[in-house]
Design a protein around this ligand. Structure first.
Ligand code: NAD
Length: 302
């Protein structure tokens, strides 16, 4: 009989839950923690062992995965009272799948280095990729740590790459998010123009998909934009956080990102209209308001 292999998982939200399920399907024992009882119960139904803290999630685990909203959540989960560092055995690898500040990732790697190995491993591919186990995972940190968890990461992603030292995973993710956010903006502009001309948006999407304008965003968010479906996959508030991280990094490096700053203003407008918890396709509602078209659709519809 194969020996039981145990991992911890902290943060069972839109992304964490399907990723943890894939680790269960791969035959691993998953010790799962989230502040939400509903998330914990759901994963327990899928076979995970629910626990009461990050420290407990780390007990007996060879690796602890983390998928939390932003830098302060990860710092608290790793180093706070009852956090991962309290329960993890020396040598445990902490794999941070969250999108957070590169500087915080570097600091966590140093602060945990005495006993643990910390890797920044942000992901791209959305809830669909998390469910299918086809995410792109960009890992920063030591070669040694990466080598130990790479086989586990292959249960979560199809493109799993060690991209450099600590923080470099987050740098890659910031580049990824600039492309994603500006692609969403480009789709909004094409749909707003098409609508003003009385064009059939579904037909436009079909034609664009077949040519050079095709993209993941068009495939996955296009239908929701056209149907005015605001349901959250990747929330407006999280994308705004990601654009903020990218533009701050650029500012520190003295690199102008005019497109990034402009798209950030559109996301701020969406936030001001109560769209923060809606999915990214709700950026199209900003164009509703800018153009005075379809003004019946606003955040209160959701
Ligand atoms: P989410 O808000 O759906 O999930 C976060 C979970 O963390 C929630 O269940 C919440 O209860 C839990 N939580 C918060 N603080 C906690 C703490 N201190 N201890 C334990 N649990 C805690 O967010 P998400 O969409 O799953 O995103 C997670 C990360 O992945 C973010 O950094 C996000 O930017 C990134 N990401 C998201 C997507 C996406 O499409 N949603 C895609 C790629 C990357």
């Amino acid at each position: 009989m194969k020996p039981e292999r145990t991992v911890g998982f902290v943060g069972l939200g839109v992304m964490g839950r399907p990723m943890a399920r894939n680790l269960l399907r791969a035959g691993l024992t998953v010790r799962a923690f989230d502040l939400s009882d509903e998330a914990l119960a759901d994963l327990a139904d899928a076979g995970a062992r629910p626990v009461a803290s990050g420290a407990q999630a780390a007990e007996g685990a060879e690796a602890v995965f983390v998928s939390l909203p932003d830098s302060p959540h990860v710092e608290e989960a790793a180093l706070g009272a009852g956090g991962i560092a309290e329960g993890a055995a020396p040598g445990t690898v902490v794999v941070d799948l969250s999108t957070i500040a590169a500087g915080v990732s570097r600091r966590l790697a140093v602060e945990l280095a005495r006993d643990l190995v910390y890797l920044d491993a942000p992901v791209s591919g959305g809830p669909q990729g998390a469910e299918a186990g086809t995410l792109s995972i960009m890992v920063g940190g030591s070669h040694h740590g990466y080598g130990r968890v790479e086989p586990l990461l292959r249960h979560l992603g199809r493109t799993v790459v060690h991209v450099g030292e600590s923080g470099m995973g987050q740098v890659f993710k910031s580049c990824n998010q600039i492309v994603c956010a500006m692609n969403i903006q480009a789709l909004c502009e094409a749909f707003a123009l098409a609508r003003s001309q009385g064009a059939d948006l579904a037909l436009l999407r079909e034609v664009l998909r077949g040519g050079a304008a095709g993209s993941w965003m068009l495939d996955n968010l296009g239908p929701q934009m056209i149907n005015g479906d605001p349901s959250a996959g990747f929330r407006i508030e999280l994308q705004l956080k990601d654009i903020r991280l990218a533009t701050q990094l650029a500012l520190e490096a003295g690199v102008p990102l005019p497109g990034g700053l402009q798209v950030m203003a559109l996301y701020l407008e969406a936030m001001a209209h109560g769209e923060g918890r809606n999915g990214n396709q709700a950026l199209f509602r900003v164009y509703d308001r800018l153009s005075g078209q379809d003004s019946s659709r606003d955040a209160s519809d959701s």
